[in-house]
Design a protein around this ligand. Structure first.
Ligand SMILES: [Zn+2]
Length: 221
């Protein structure tokens, strides 16, 4: 297996300054809320289209791991003093290693990805990656940790692990001290469309309804 980590050569980009879309999003948190103990460096917002793309890809193969990249925007809300990501673009990785117990990224696929992003989404950044653990649960393996460290080294880059069999998912996000807890995953904020209907169906997350925000009378599945 030829895997040479390659760090994208672009200079360190500052986050773009914009308001966090907290009033247009529904927060999904794990049943055991770890945010009392751990503070993620970034909060993750995901469009419904991006969520659906990930779920469709995740459910397309229940025997092998599949995965890909997540692109979008890395932002900073100066009022709330909070960094956050908006994930709106999902790019499935080519199937590289049939029957593999884990997903692999290669230098070639990573280079092809950056060329694709530069050409088709010049305004977007690579904010992370996703992959599935069919019948294995939502956790971060030592392989996942290695891959994340080498291919997604920026502190604000995140990893999403999906368990398509039991309908579960969670984000692995570095904390402010740049440490990543491999046993604890975070939820995310679902950006709600004009229909105000949630699309999230992962059973390991629950919606945190903000009763003070009348905008957020969403219909949860
Ligand atoms: Zn994994």
């Amino acid at each position: 297996m030829d895997i040479k980590p390659r760090i994208h050569p672009d200079p360190e980009e500052p986050p773009r300054r914009t308001r966090m879309p907290i009033h247009h999003a529904l927060e999904w948190a794990p049943h055991e809320n770890i945010e009392d103990v751990l503070t993620p460096l970034v909060k993750v917002f995901m469009t419904q289209n991006a969520y659906i793309r990930v779920c469709a890809h995740a459910g397309s193969d229940l025997d092998n791991e599949v995965g890909g990249w997540m692109a979008g925007k890395y932002c900073y809300d100066a009022t709330l003093q909070q960094q956050f990501l908006v994930i709106d673009t999902i790019l499935a990785a080519p199937y590289t290693n049939h029957g593999a117990a884990h997903l692999t990224f290669t230098s070639d696929s990573q280079i092809a990805l950056f060329e694709f992003l530069e050409h088709y989404h010049p305004d977007k950044q690579l904010v992370g990656w996703y992959h599935t653990h069919p019948r294995m649960g939502v956790f971060f393996s030592s392989w996942d940790e290695w891959l994340h460290k080498n291919f997604f080294p920026k502190p604000w880059q995140v990893a999403l692990v999906v368990e398509p069999f039991t309908a579960a998912g969670g984000f692995f996000i570095r904390q402010k001290n740049n440490k990543l807890d491999t046993r604890s995953y975070f939820g995310f904020y679902e950006l709600i469309n004009h229909e105000k209907k949630s699309k999230v169906f992962w059973k390991n997350l629950k919606p945190k309804l903000d009763l003070t925000n009348p905008e957020m009378e969403v219909l949860v599945i």
